[in-house]
Design a protein around this ligand. Structure first.
Ligand code: APR
Length: 165
């Protein structure tokens, strides 16, 4: 069983094997956590994302899927990029958010990682309500076969939603 931690902070500063990026399907960068990871990790990450786009991921990464690259200058060994669902009032996209967590874990353990840090996927630009995202994320990782899962939350309200007993 994994140890699950909740910390208030910046995911780019974490010393874990894998940092998960809340990316978009282009894999070519964006704002917020995606922007911070590429900025701090340096151009090697984007270079590898471009190679992925030139190869197997020519059409981009689908929502809920996950793929690894180098972590560049970050302290982590790998960045696992996943694409969260955009919140919709009209349809339930929860399964995609669950898939993001499960598929990121599968990629990480496939690489031999023993520790992984997740941001609050979809709760920023993609507008997913934080309480719902926290519930889905916590449930999705509950039975994971990895030593350490750390949720790194960037503001107090998000931290409170995730760390709630
Ligand atoms: N460390 C940890 N969490 C962070 C950081 C950081 N350095 N920066 C932002 N966050 C938090 C946000 O506050 C939010 O709680 O990450 C959460 C996810 O927000 P977004 O980064 O906006 O991700 P998401 O909602 O999944 O939207 C993805 O945003 O950046 C683009 O390319 C990305 O188009 C994609 C979209």
């Amino acid at each position: 069983m994994a140890t699950i931690e909740y910390v208030l902070g910046d995911i780019t500063a974490q010393e874990v094997d894998v940092i998960v990026n809340a990316a978009n399907s282009s894999l070519l960068g964006g704002g917020r956590v995606d922007g911070a990871i590429h900025r701090r990790g340096g151009p090697e990450i984007l270079a590898e994302c471009r190679r992925l786009r030139a190869g197997h991921y020519g059409g981009g990464l689908r929502t809920g899927q996950a793929v690894a690259t180098t972590a560049g200058r970050l302290k982590a060994r790998w960045v696992v990029h996943t694409v969260g669902p955009v919140w919709s009032d009209a349809e339930d996209r929860s399964q995609f958010l669950e898939d993001c967590h499960r598929n990121s874990l599968a990629v990480a353990t496939g690489l031999g990682a023993t520790s992984i840090a997740f941001p609050a996927i979809s709760t920023g630009i993609y507008r997913w309500p934080v309480d719902s995202a926290a519930r889905i994320a916590r449930k999705a990782v509950r039975d994971a076969e990895i030593d350490l899962i750390r949720f790194v939350l960037f503001d107090q309200a998000t931290y409170d939603a995730f760390a709630r007993p």
